[in-house]
Design a protein around this ligand. Structure first.
Ligand SMILES: [Zn+2]
Ligand SMILES: [Zn+2]
Length: 344
């Protein structure tokens, strides 16, 4: 089968022929990929940012945002059958550890992360387990919803945590209206009464953000902090959802935060440098966010089925993965890039 493989850090991945995965454990599920989302994390992987955290050995197949159809199942799998349409939770989890029992899938103590620590879904087939697959209505096209598996799930998880803080009259700032941010805006509008302020460098992205329900849009051109403070009557916003996390977004984002506000770090790559006296004197809070739980994914798929969340996608054939990566790197990709294998 075809797969997008990383052979060396700081070099482009290669689209090449590899062996198909096979069932080896009773709970294994092999998914025929209908769509694999391209994520800024893939760029960070290529840059080597994940070398120590992932422990992966090269070469391996990228792709952690996957959806498709069940192709084969292990002997103990009873929750899905061959042919079912599924979206794949990004993590393979054990089901037995304390985190798994509490539903905190991302903190499983013996997990694997296809696309990050083992072979992922930018390929014809992906191997995962029954615990990771969410069965969907057969009318859903995997390429339309694949990126909800990670980009969407991450945005949903952060917004869900912020719900108690976003009562009527509050304001939330979304920094970055890209692949994650545009889902964040829709989740905020669907789940909270907060006024949503979207900050982005691109006028085109802001125009799209208005279509997803942004109440205010602010161009990140150096005047964004002053603009957000103006919209929030000089106080700053109760919640900042930072989908960028690098390139100056953190510094300006923190300056938009209200006293006792909450700063959700979702995008990453930069460094958070805050004098501790600023943290204690204003009681500001910083919250990390790592993808989301299996149940978050089920809830997000319910919102999608209700038409409250829609992914803005740009489809590329799997063979054109390098074009998609280049478009994402150069800022030309608005919405989520989706790789679709031939015949899917
Ligand atoms: Zn991702
Ligand atoms: Zn576990």
């Amino acid at each position: 089968m075809k797969a997008v493989r990383l052979h060396a850090y700081n070099q482009s991945p290669v689209v090449e022929e590899v062996a198909e995965p096979t069932i080896s454990g009773p709970f294994d599920v092999i998914v025929r990929i209908g769509g694999a989302g391209l994520c800024r994390t893939d760029l960070h992987i290529i840059e080597g940012q994940w070398v120590e955290k992932s422990g992966v050995t090269l070469p391996y197949t990228l792709g952690h945002e996957n959806a498709g159809w069940v192709h084969a199942v292990g002997s103990a799998v009873s929750t899905v059958a061959v042919g079912d349409t599924v979206i794949v939770h990004p993590l393979i989890t054990c089901g037995f550890c304390r985190a798994c029992r509490a539903g905190n899938d991302m903190h499983c103590t013996s997990s694997a992360f296809p696309g990050i620590s083992i072979d992922g879904g930018m390929a014809t087939f992906l191997k995962t387990t029954a615990r990771a697959v969410v069965k969907l209505d057969s009318s859903l096209a995997p390429k339309d919803i694949a990126a909800l598996a990670d980009a969407g799930l991450t945005a949903y998880h952060a917004v869900k945590k912020a719900i108690p803080l976003l009562y009527p009259g509050t304001k939330a700032v979304v920094i970055g209206a890209g692949g994650l941010g545009h889902i964040g805006v829709q989740c905020l509008k669907a789940l909270t009464p907060a006024e949503v302020i979207v900050v982005d460098k691109s006028a085109e992205a802001l125009e799209l953000a208005r279509g997803w329900g942004a109440d205010h849009t602010v161009r990140a051109d150096g005047s964004e902090v002053a603009r957000v403070r103006e919209i929030t009557e000089g106080q700053g916003a109760e919640v900042i959802l930072d989908f960028v996390g690098e390139g100056g977004a953190l510094e300006s984002g923190i300056a938009m935060l209200r006293r006792a506000g909450y700063y959700y770090v979702i995008g990453y790559g930069g460094r958070l440098v805050v004098p501790t006296i600023d943290i204690i004197s204003t009681e500001i809070n910083f919250i990390g966010n790592l993808v989301g739980t299996y149940n978050d994914l089920v809830e997000l798929m319910a919102l999608t089925a209700q038409g409250k969340v829609r992914l803005h996608t740009v489809v590329y054939p799997l063979e054109a993965a390098l074009d998609a990566i280049h478009d994402l790197e150069s800022g030309r990709l608005h919405g989520r890039g989706i790789l679709v294998p031939e015949g899917a």
